[in-house]
Design a protein around this ligand. Structure first.
Ligand SMILES: [Zn+2]
Length: 346
């Protein structure tokens, strides 16, 4: 038996983690964003100091800043740097495996070629794996505020430049007024080409979007999904089918629930028995990290040690890796988790 762990925060930091819901751009440190904009002589309108950069009143201002920050990320080295930095932070929180979203069309609109972007990210991923032992795959995400035609082009771009690190597609940006069904074609194309599929749904719109995501788009997991609690039939179905929800307490409490952590639907989802895998979405932009989102889930959403164990196993279930690897991970990680849990002073 090792040294006693005196607080839940230290415990949550130490447990092994799968990270299925994290956005590359949302994980850029403010200081890095400012340095890269300076390097490329890009001015960040409305933002002068790193401290001001990640201060915004609503999701639309947030997305505006998000797109602006992308203008300073241009060279292959820049992409390598931001991937390496976020994975270095992840490793400090014992994230062992991550599937990280990035938006090819955002960077291509800024004049960057897809190859520069993706190969830079792969450089950063490889360096982080060498230095910290963290493994990372990539999800190319559709910006749902743009056209379905652009999403089709994005998938064509992936097909023209296949990289084994890019294993799936996702869908993000603001959901309200941007329904998922119009993107059926890009999802069908990606599925046929062997990509795995996920999408942000019922984060800020009807639970119907979850059905669309599962049945029309063919997704095998749901990012966010909080409005599922409004439709018991959809909830029951997701529970019966073991659909994994990748939930991010801190960013969504801020954006959608007025910082009311205690009434965040994640509690209800957990109580109902849905498979939740916790993650941190856009950590520096919401002043959080992989451990802090779990601490908030413990403090406000009823997550106890057993729920974190389950969240870890749900993350393994939802991950896009082969079944033999998953079996080995489940066994080994559960042992590590249990050994840490016996050292926690309750
Ligand atoms: Zn997200």
């Amino acid at each position: 038996m090792g040294v006693r762990i005196v607080d839940i925060e230290a415990f949550l930091k130490a447990i092994p983690k799968v990270s299925l819901h994290l956005h590359l751009m949302g994980s850029v440190q403010a200081q890095t964003a400012v340095e890269l904009c300076k390097k490329h002589n890009v001015s960040l309108p409305d933002f002068d100091e790193p401290e001001d950069l990640y201060d915004y009143p609503d999701i639309y201002k947030f997305l505006h800043m998000y797109d602006n920050t992308a203008l300073g990320i241009i060279d292959r080295d820049d992409f390598a740097r931001i991937a390496y930095e976020t994975l270095t932070e992840a490793a400090e929180h014992n994230v062992r495996y991550r599937e990280m979203s990035f938006n090819p069309t955002t960077h291509m609109a800024a004049g960057v070629s897809y190859e520069t972007c993706v190969d830079g990210l792969i450089d950063g991923i490889n360096a982080a794996q060498t230095d910290h032992g963290v493994e990372c795959k990539l999800i190319a995400a559709v910006n749902r505020m743009e056209s379905p035609e652009l999403a089709v082009e994005m998938v064509e771009t992936l097909l023209a430049h296949p990289r084994e690190e890019v294993i799936g597609i996702g869908m993000d940006y603001a959901e309200a007024n941007f329904p998922p069904e119009v993107f059926w074609k890009s999802y069908r194309m990606a599925e046929r080409a062997g990509y795995r599929l996920t999408a942000h749904q019922a984060e800020d719109a009807s639970p119907r979007n979850i059905e669309t995501c599962l049945d029309l788009l063919g997704c095998d997991r749901v990012d966010h999904g909080y409005h599922v609690v409004e439709d018991e039939a959809v909830m029951r179905r997701c529970r019966d089918e073991g659909v994994v929800f990748t939930c991010t307490p801190v960013s969504t409490a801020w954006v959608y629930f007025n910082d009311d952590f205690d009434n965040h639907p994640i509690s209800q989802m957990r109580e109902f028995g849905l498979k939740i895998s916790l993650d941190c979405d856009d950590p520096p932009m919401f002043k959080t990290d992989p451990t802090n989102d779990m601490v908030m889930a413990h403090n406000h959403m009823g997550f106890e040690v057993e729920d974190f164990r389950q969240s870890m196993l749900n993350g393994i279930d939802g991950a896009w890796i082969g079944e033999p690897d998953k079996r080995a991970m489940r066994r080994q990680w559960a042992d590590e988790f249990d050994a840490l849990a016996t050292r926690l002073e309750q």
